[in-house]
Design a protein around this ligand. Structure first.
Ligand code: GLU
Length: 451
């Protein structure tokens, strides 16, 4: 993908009607990381004109969840605070003859659709409302009917170069004129998104492929409002391993739940971005590294299965390489000390970050050692031979002395040491743990004393 010349402006536009799931995260990441890589702006824009379903609590949860992923918007907007702009756009569209009032109820529309289907016609709106005279409208309004407003489509082939799908076309002659204003006067996102994208200077709209048809309509709205449309990209959708689509409403794979289960944000970001592309799914060290990998042309066309088990594996693999600076604050919050040396000693043994607490207890103690009776003599000798001079290389120096003195080698040498020092059959390398445990505690544990 070539670099854009002017700094791009992208947005993530969720409706705050539920918790974000991994599919929403995929959209947010593509937009935010592309903006970050190209030195552009990333806007979080709440599509909250549906006041019946939007809540402040979900809006706050969305900001928190994308923050957990490491995405920090340059700007946050609420559509519910921008109604005057939509009012103005509606007046313009009315003046241009592109918006017309229609009075059919949902039942009447359904009856029309059924009758068209019976006649073998596509169930599109017949534009009956366009034919109404002023007098007929007055009668309908006299009956107490309130109009909804439809956008009169041009009925032509609208096409664009899609960043993901290449050349795309939508024949708007096959679509119903879109309702942009509901009977209660509230706006649909089909209109409000376009008004905001124009005013906020949005240059790229990356969203799910379920929006391809909307794009045909929205390009007409951009043009009717006298603006050039942005560049569009429609990525494939993530589905559950069963093939079922993700639903915010049903709470599928919410970021919240995955976070609570201990999944790493960076692993989730990596999987959400790389699944369903021709790029390999591998751990990344930072969001910048992930941003560098994004290539819209490599996103496949088929839906992509998001497998939670793959996420768990990627969380572990991500932790195994994570730098200390990246996790220092989180370790401190878990009450884990030991600095970088401790982190480097244990990270390769973690499935979850919280597993580090177990190894910190091993370092800190107190730990009641376990030993087989036949090893007691050997372990006392090992305690006696612990080097006086402690340091990072203490373990190999100790073994170099202990091995000939005890006559032991291999498992008979190493296994009792591990069990006595850590209380566990397996774990991080003793070479890295011993310097952290310290001479005093090590000697006590080897002698069978709690320390
Ligand atoms: N609120 C819409 C959605 O979440 C926004 C679509 C768009 O990005 O334009 O599907």
């Amino acid at each position: 993908m070539s670099r854009t010349t002017t700094p791009p402006v992208l947005r993530f536009a969720p409706s705050p009607t539920g918790l974000l799931h991994v599919g929403n995260a995929r959209t947010a990441l593509y937009n935010a990381l592309f903006a970050r890589r190209e030195g552009g702006t990333f806007i979080l824009r709440y599509d909250d004109t549906d006041t019946a379903r939007s809540t402040d609590a979900f809006a706050d949860a969305i900001a928190e969840d994308i923050g957990w992923l490491g995405l920090h918007p340059d700007r946050i907007e609420y559509q519910s605070c921008r109604l005057d702009r939509y009012d103005a756009a509606v007046e313009r569209l009315k003046a241009a003859g592109r918006l017309y009032p229609a009075y059919e109820t949902e039942e009447e529309l359904e009856a029309k659709r059924q009758s068209r289907r019976r006649r073998g016609l596509p169930p599109v709106y017949d534009r009956a409302a366009l034919m109404l005279t002023g007098a007929e409208r007055a009668v309908l309004e006299g009956e107490g009917r309130r109009p909804h407003w439809r956008f009169r489509l041009d009925g032509r082939k609208v096409d664009w170069d899609d960043m993901v799908r290449g050349r795309q076309g939508v024949d708007t002659a096959t679509l119903s004129d879109s309702v942009l204003v509901r009977e209660d006067g509230s706006y649909l996102y089909t209109l409000t998104s376009v008004v905001d994208d124009i005013e906020m200077g949005v240059t790229h709209v990356v969203r799910g492929e379920d929006h391809v048809t909307n794009t045909g309509v929205q390009i007409e709205i951009f043009e009717a409002l006298g603006a050039a449309p942005p560049v569009f990209g429609h990525h494939n959708l993530l589905v559950l391993p069963s093939g079922e689509g993700l639903s915010k409403r049903l709470g599928h794979l919410s970021l919240r739940a995955l976070r609570d289960e201990g999944e790493e944000a960076l692993a989730l970001a990596g999987l959400a971005v790389l699944t369903g592309t021709s790029l390999p799914v591998e751990p990344v060290a930072s969001l910048d590294e992930l941003a560098a990998r994004i290539d819209f042309a490599k996103i496949s066309r088929a839906p992509a299965r998001f497998d939670p088990e793959e996420l768990t594996a990627l969380t572990a693999a991500t932790l195994h390489h994570l730098s200390y600076v990246t996790v220092a604050a989180r370790l401190a919050a878990l009450g884990i000390g030991g600095g970088e040396a401790f982190w480097r000693a244990v990270r390769g043994n973690l499935d979850r970050l919280t597993d580090a607490a177990r190894w910190w207890r091993v370092v800190e103690g107190p730990l009641t050692p376990s030993m087989a009776p036949e090893d007691a003599g050997f372990l006392h000798l090992a305690a006696d031979l612990l080097p006086q001079e402690w340091g990072e290389d203490v373990y190999p120096r100790w073994i170099a002395v202990l091995k000939p003195a005890s006559g032991r080698a291999g498992r008979a040498l190493f296994h009792p040491l591990r069990v006595a020092l850590t209380g566990a059959e397996s774990g991080p390398e003793l070479k890295a743990l011993l310097p952290l445990i310290g001479r005093e505690k090590a000697a006590a544990r080897l002698r069978g004393e709690a320390a």
